[in-house]
Write a protein that binds this ligand. Structure first.
Ligand SMILES: [Zn+2]
Length: 276
């Protein structure tokens, strides 16, 4: 997908920007605007997850990339980190062996549509086709069907969430940490933004199609590990969810981070700033 095409979609989607706000596109990213994408049904949509320990999920969108995704997989393996890849169906069809490798190495593969359109502006049949083709491509590559989807640009209507969940069984995954890596601000900026915003239960958005993002990851992983964070897939994070009202209890044997203590403000329904 070309940058120009992305830009075009972005500008088009700013008018619509339904519910979740927008994806990695300049026009749709409104830093000051807090959206409530998850407000209507926390069991379907997640910006983050309320957990008792220092668990976070790193997510990488828009791949696989023939050159960058394998590099990232090497890094993840070296750090023993499991991540979640929201893949584009047409890229899966082109590089299914990379997706197969990611799944084999314990990462989660999830649906990010076939060609990265703005689902919030499309007919039901078009959305269905985007998701089904990608679901099939992932199944072909990995032998498993995905259980999560992320709408491109975070754009999806409440109605779409409901029927997509009913038909595909997907949970809709947004994010609460966005380093704006698609703007290619340089590895140090990407790392610093992630470090500043990440809390227990965070879902961190990045894109494994930008060289600077991959360059940022070694020091990002090091720093997150030094803070005591532990990396799980999004599905694992969701399975760790605890009710918002429950008091975080110390976890025996756990190396609690000094700063990264569970925050009562984090919950699946907590409004955050989804801008992908
Ligand atoms: Zn995307």
């Amino acid at each position: 997908m070309s940058v120009y095409r992305l830009l075009f979609v972005c500008f088009a989607s700013v008018i619509v920007a339904v519910g979740a706000g927008a994806d990695p596109t300049p026009a749709t990213r409104d830093a000051g605007k807090k959206t409530q994408a998850a407000a209507e049904d926390p069991s379907i949509t997640f910006n983050s997850v309320h957990v008792d320990g220092p668990y976070i999920a790193m997510t990488f969108d828009d791949g696989p990339s023939a050159t960058l995704t394998p590099k990232l997989l090497d890094l993840l393996a070296a750090h023993h980190i499991k991540a979640t890849f929201f893949v584009i169906g047409e890229n899966v069809a082109e590089h299914s062996e990379i997706v197969a490798r990611a799944a084999r190495e314990g990462h989660e593969i999830a649906n990010h549509s076939w060609s990265h359109p703005n689902l919030g502006k499309m007919s039901g049949d078009s959305v269905r086709s985007q998701l089904q083709r990608t679901d099939d491509a992932i199944q072909n590559a990995t032998g498993k069907r995905p259980t999560l989807m992320r709408p491109p640009y975070g754009s999806i209507t409440a109605r779409e969430k409901r029927w997509i969940h009913d038909e595909f069984g997907y949970q809709i995954i947004l994010w609460d940490v966005d380093p704006y890596d698609w703007k290619r601000p340089g590895p140090a900026v990407v790392r610093n933004r992630i470090l500043k915003e990440t809390q227990p239960g965070s879902i961190v958005l990045s894109h494994d199609i930008h060289p600077g993002t991959i360059e940022a990851m070694p020091s990002t992983f090091d720093a997150l590990e030094a803070k005591g964070f532990k990396f799980v897939t999004v599905s694992e994070l969701i399975r760790m969810a605890v009710p918002k009202a429950s008091r975080p209890s110390p976890q025996p044997g756990e190396n609690a981070p000094t700063k990264a203590v569970p925050s009562p403000s984090l919950a699946p329904s907590a409004p955050s700033s989804p801008r992908d």
